[in-house]
Design a protein around this ligand. Sequence first.
Ligand code: NAP
Length: 252
Amino acid sequence: MGRYDGRVAVVTGAARGIGFGIATRLAEEGASVAIVDLDESAASDAAGRLPGSVRHIGVGCDVSDGASVDAAIGRVVEDLGGIHVLVNNAGITRDNLLFKMTEDDWDLVMGVHLKGAFLMTKAAQKHFVEQRYGKILNLSSISAMGNRGQANYSAAKMGIQGFTRTLGLELSPYGINTNAIAPGFIATEMTDATAARLKMDVEEFRKLNADANPVKRVGFPEDIAAAAAFLCSDEASYITGQTLYVDGGGRL
Ligand code: NAP
């Protein structure tokens, strides 16, 4: 008997990285998972690699576009029979020092992280409210505390924490829990891209971050997935509006 038997979970940006790690863990624990990502074929391919005996699907969707989000949630409910868990994980970076950061760099990052979480949550919450049950998990970051070269990303990730607290207040009376995870350095294509931007070898960059971390290693998608599987489970039903830092103690 898994904690997610009979549950349908939607994880955005889950064709790879942390999202795929969360989707895998929820599927291992019995959930039927919809992988929502920009590229439908990458999403379907990832859904095909999920474990478990229940149905998983891949859905192409741009979380920053309202019509695309409404269509995606509609498809999940029709194909998988409902929605119980929403993980707002899709993310991008457009790093630069403020004086070099363009308006597009700002808008794109706000669009995916903040507007994306808003649109997905708004589309899902009407199902959650009707059934008086729902779990929302948002991805923040240690960069919310401020990080050089990430004025856009850091503002979005702190915004996610305010969004999470507010939903905790508004939605909890309807049986809906909303929490956030703020990961530290997690080895994914996102951090590999940062290494490339800094003209560093990926392994050298990971070692640098591991050495600077109190637990002396970098994080992996599985570290975030374990915390996500707890926060979206019924065991965490008295926890809402919170942001859990999963960062090996190495916050900025
Ligand atoms: P990743 O490997 O870059 O994966 C992000 C995924 O999101 C990609 O599959 C990407 O698709 C998808 N995506 C981007 N824009 C989208 C959109 N508009 N609509 C739908 N999907 C979209 O990133 P990650 O490292 O797993 O990060 C996942 C989340 O954790 C992000 O919110 C990130 O900010 C947060 N986080 C990561 C770290 C870290 O160290 N890795 C630390 C703190 C927080 P494409 O490939 O098609 O672009």
